[in-house]
Design a protein around this ligand. Structure first.
Ligand SMILES: CC(C)(COP(=O)(O)OP(=O)(O)OC[C@H]1O[C@@H](n2cnc3c(N)ncnc32)[C@H](O)[C@@H]1OP(=O)(O)O)[C@@H](O)C(=O)NCCC(=O)NCCS
Length: 153
């Protein structure tokens, strides 16, 4: 959770508040927040969302997190790939972007694995819950480039 701007929840009530907020927004058109569950057991292991929709550009951002005990099993890559596919093919999003702290290389790895391109690094782009400034690597993928590579595959 140190890699997320708001940090870890400090109480169960904070989590309940957040989950309630998410559920209440399900009917809103520009709200895309998915739980990630194991196919075999249905166990909830993480979440992924498309956010910061911009009507002027039809661009948005993607964010994700997987529970620690399920890291490095390919789930983050699988979820990101699925959401990018959904965003470009069904929602017709123009560009999907994401940023990760430079001290969180696993996140950059999954972005590259799904075809997102490194566009640069921004110094002190965020200040996290522990009051530390973090440099962030910014990635993006255009729908037109995604569709081209999908045709080649
Ligand atoms: C980032 C995150 C979603 C990755 O999920 P995951 O399910 O572990 O991802 P995957 O298993 O699909 O892939 C992880 C890749 O990172 C690589 N990796 C892991 N730790 C790494 C490190 N310290 N340096 C470089 N690569 C690393 C793994 O080897 C793997 O690559 P590979 O498949 O080529 O071997 C997960 O670590 C997470 O939830 N972190 C906390 C929240 C977070 O950081 N969210 C993103 C904020 S931008």
């Amino acid at each position: 959770m140190d890699n997320l701007i708001k940090g870890a929840h400090k109480s169960v009530s904070e989590t309940i508040e957040r989950v309630t907020e998410i559920v209440n927004k399900y009917d809103t058109q520009e709200f895309c927040y998915w739980g990630i569950e194991l196919k075999a057991s249905g166990e909830l292991i993480g979440a992924i969302d498309l956010f910061k929709f911009d009507n002027m550009t039809e661009n948005c951002d993607v964010g994700y997190s997987i529970g620690y005990k399920w890291w490095n099993k390919g789930y983050g890559t699988e979820a990101l790939r699925a959401v990018i596919e959904f965003g470009f093919r069904h929602m017709k999003i123009h560009k999907i972007s994401a940023a990760h702290n430079t001290d969180n290389p696993a996140s950059g790895k999954i972005m590259r694995k799904v075809g997102m391109e490194h566009e640069g690094t921004i110094k002190h782009m965020i200040r996290n819950a522990k009051n530390h400034y973090k440099d962030c690597a910014v990635y993006g993928l255009l729908q037109e480039d995604y569709l081209k590579t999908e045709v080649i595959k």
